[in-house]
Design a protein around this ligand. Structure first.
Ligand SMILES: O=P(O)(O)OC[C@H]1O[C@H](OP(=O)(O)OP(=O)(O)O)[C@H](O)[C@@H]1O
Ligand SMILES: O=c1cc[nH]c(=O)[nH]1
Ligand SMILES: [Mg+2]
Length: 213
């Protein structure tokens, strides 16, 4: 897996504000959207394009356009939903599929509770959105799910990752014959005993949407 930590002062500035526990939910949602748009700029460098000629008022110009099939953006509910608007701003013509996944906070095992994706993903580039890559169980399962449906190019966009989670994904998906890139705003220090990213930003879903019951 190729890993890209986006090194930019605006990304670092917004990420710091996001981490701050005094940042309220509306501000957290806005910062998440802004950060994702910045990350998406880097994450879409490999988006598939083809040549096109357009007529300017002056002359013909050679250019490019996004090709078919359209890229598929896959936010992982709940917290990944907070990243969709920021991604759509950059890739408005992409299609969107949904995966609902929850991590059991005792066992730290991820399970899927909802899925609304095309049955056939052959030839599709997929952009997975999830703010937190902690133990890596959720993202590893999501990537495997998309590859099993035929996706042939995966880019995961996360805000924060823990080294343990990245290692797990690299280990579990070592035999994947699909190019896989991870784009993140920051690589944090480690996981604590509860599987939270340290220093992290807390529970991303709760900070976006309030405490789940
Ligand atoms: O790398 P992992 O150890 O699997 O943990 C990361 C997952 O945990 C969070 O979701 P959560 O299960 O809290 O669901 P939520 O988005 O509904 O809050 C986060 O958004 C990831 O999906
Ligand atoms: O630090 C963490 C770990 C998992 N999920 C979160 O929202 N935050
Ligand atoms: Mg959560």
């Amino acid at each position: 897996m190729q890993i890209l930590v986006v090194d930019h002062p605006l990304v670092a500035h917004k990420l710091t504000a996001l981490r701050d526990q005094t940042t309220d939910s509306p501000t957290f949602r806005r910062l998440t959207e802004e950060l994702v748009t910045l990350l998406a700029y880097e994450a879409t460098r490999d988006v598939r394009t083809g040549p096109i000629t357009v007529q300017t008022p002056v002359a013909e110009a050679e250019g490019i356009k996004l090709t078919s099939p359209k890229p598929l953006v896959v936010p992982i509910l709940r917290a990944g939903l907070g990243m969709l608007e920021g991604m759509s701003r950059l890739l408005p013509t992409a299609e969107v599929g949904f995966l609902g996944m929850i991590r059991n906070e005792e066992t730290l095992t991820a399970s899927t509770y909802a899925e609304r994706l095309p049955e056939d993903l052959h030839g599709r580039q997929c952009y997975v959105l999830d703010p937190m890559l902690a133990t890596g169980g959720t993202l590893a399962a999501a990537i495997q799910f998309l590859v099993d449906r035929g996706a042939d190019h995966i880019t995961a966009i996360c805000l924060l990752a823990a080294p343990e989670g990245v290692e797990r994904i690299e280990r579990e998906l070592a035999d994947l014959n699909v190019p896989c890139t991870l784009v993140i705003a920051g690589m944090d220090s480690h996981l604590n005993e509860k599987g939270y990213i340290v220093p992290g930003l807390g529970d991303a879903g709760d900070r976006l949407y309030g405490v789940a019951q």
